[in-house]
Design a protein around this ligand. Structure first.
Ligand code: SAH
Length: 523
């Protein structure tokens, strides 16, 4: 292959072979995550990596080299060639592999090919499914007094073939715990070979399908019966077979089930900038956030309006300012700053914040809200303001262009003078991630969260009006207003936060799922 021109000004590229862990995105290493976040190019296998790809840079080139429905996996030579080509072009390349790169992952071959091409290569080890996947199912690979040794073998080579790579007869009694990867299709002959080699057919065994993912299933049976039991239960790849006394320890260890949100895939539709707080809060509860920002805030300020509002603020003409979202606070302050107006101009202005997150945003600008309406819907806010004596006053209302007219109309009807300050247009993003959209369309999400009315209508737009795939998901809204919009588009919000904040939304989800938390591992 001929050398290519260098793309990024680096002398030469670098390839990281990164282990993604068995499937739970929380099980990648810190080094692996850092490499992934910085990568220019990511070549990934589907197995165990889907939720990690959200971590990649938005402009990173993502190449799926694994098997997909109706498509062959890329041949190893082609993968090597791609790694070399991008490496030669001076790029940071991550080769993301399920589990550990060197456990039946062909990572060694890739490292060899890169060495031959003189491209720097670093391996970032991963949690192999052979150990971590079993642990996720509550099975310890060793246990004092029960298992002092283990072997990890491939079941890919049929035991009845003369070219077999595993000596099943010697293996059968050589170690306490036997873990077989890639063996689901050959369970019968594997079990027969181990029994023929002298392993007792009554030895406990288990199969763990999709270990450490929301779809994890565990099947326990004796070695003699596991193949038939697997067929009856419809166990499919990817799955781990474990043979040995440890397979019977699950009940005894009774590892605490993770929280009620564990493994739930939750769609986050807020802006990319705001998504991380919600995503982090969800992750802390064991959920797997899927980010699909449904809004991009497009600045849409009217310079004339801003100048006027700035002037009136400076002249202390406002009795009240009403902020209905965190975005409204931050954008309004940016806009006013351009008019050389800062928090001092709010001296004497009474402040209403809708929702604790909005109040918190005000606090970051050095201002404490005077009024936090108990009910965050339009009527509740209006009622609270009227009770607080807003009638007859001049009110500043900075918010999104095209927001509902009910609030300013109600205030005016009560005799207030309302100056609206248009801040932005909440538009659907120009280039939503096709990968994430595809996952939503396939019905992969368990929960859809909406944090404003525009996230609802824009998700509908992104899905081209077809909300069928999210209909079976739990719909969770940050407040009654958002829930009303969700009902307008035909969804049925079953979770509505009582506190209009990220914490409130997560709390409401915990309460919703808390009742029916399955104390057993998903089966
Ligand atoms: N490098 C990987 C293994 C690749 S071989 C690792 O270290 O885990 C692919 C096989 O690994 C699958 O056929 C299956 O047997 C096993 N495997 C990988 N991830 C798994 C998972 N989440 N659940 C069950 N088995 C898994």
């Amino acid at each position: 292959m001929t050398a290519r021109p260098i793309a990024h000004g680096r002398a030469s590229g670098h390839v990281w072979l990164v282990g993604a862990g068995p499937g739970d995105p929380g099980l990648i290493t810190r080094a692996g995550l850092e490499a992934l976040r910085r990568a220019d190019v990511v070549l990934y296998d589907r197995l165990g990596t889907a939720d990690l790809l959200d971590e990649c840079r938005e402009d990173a080139l993502l190449i799926d080299v694994g098997k997909a429905p109706g498509r062959q996996a890329m041949a190893q030579e082609e993968i090597n060639a791609e790694l070399i080509e991008h490496g030669r072009a001076g790029r940071r390349v991550v080769r993301l592999k399920g589990g550990d790169p060197f456990v039946f992952g062909r990572g060694g071959e890739e490292a060899e090919a890169l060495a031959a091409a003189r491209i720097a290569c670093t391996v970032v080890p991963g949690v192999t499914s052979a150990i971590g996947g079993l642990a996720a199912a509550g099975i310890p690979v060793t246990h004092r007094g029960v298992a002092a040794s283990f072997a990890v073998v491939t079941g890919h080579e049929a035991p009845d073939r003369s070219t077999e790579g595993v000596d099943w007869t010697r293996l059968a009694t050589a170690v306490d715990t036997i873990v077989v990867l890639m063996g689901v299709g050959r369970l019968e002959s594997i079990a027969a070979a181990l029994i023929a080699g002298g392993r007792d057919s009554r030895t406990p065994a288990a199969l763990v399908q999709q270990a450490s993912t929301p779809a994890q299933r565990v099947l326990e049976a004796t070695l003699g019966e596991i193949a038939v039991a697997a067929r009856d239960a419809g166990i499919e790849a990817p799955a781990l077979l474990v043979v040995g006394e440890v397979a019977a320890l699950r009940d005894r260890l009774a590892l605490a089930p993770s929280g009620p949100l564990a493994g739930k895939r939750v769609l986050v539709t807020r802006t990319r900038r705001q998504a991380s707080a919600l995503a982090d809060a969800l992750r802390r509860e064991g959920a797997v956030p899927l980010l699909l920002p449904a809004i991009e805030l497009e600045r849409h300020a009217d310079a004339e309006q801003a100048r006027e509002a700035g002037g009136r603020l400076r002249a202390h003409e406002y009795g009240w300012a009403v902020f209905t979202s965190e975005n409204a606070v931050d954008t309004a302050f940016e806009l006013l700053e351009a008019e050389r107006v800062d928090a001092r101009a709010f001296a004497g202005v009474r402040l209403c914040a809708v929702g604790t997150a909005t109040a918190e945003a005000l606090r970051r600008h050095g201002l404490l809200a005077d009024l936090l309406p108990a009910e965050a819907d339009g009527d509740g806010v209006l009622r609270a303001l009227l009770e607080a004596g807003i009638a007859g006053q001049r009110v500043l209302l900075p918010r999104a262009e095209g927001a509902r007219a009910a609030l300013p109309d109600g205030l005016r009807a009560a005799g207030a003078t309302v100056d609206e300050l248009a801040l932005y247009l909440a538009a659907p993003p120009a280039a939503p991630s096709p990968r994430t959209l595809e996952r939503v369309r396939r019905g992969e999400v368990d929960v859809v969260t909406f944090t404003s009315s525009s996230t609802v209508s824009n998700l509908a737009t992104l899905l081209e009006g077809d909300l069928e795939p999210v209909r079976s998901a739990i719909v969770a809204c940050i407040g009654p207003q958002t829930a009303a919009t969700a009902r307008d588009v035909g969804l049925d919000p079953t979770v509505v936060a009582s506190d209009r904040s990220v914490e409130g939304l997560v709390q409401a989800l915990l309460e919703h799922f808390g009742g029916d938390a399955d104390p057993e591992f998903a089966e």
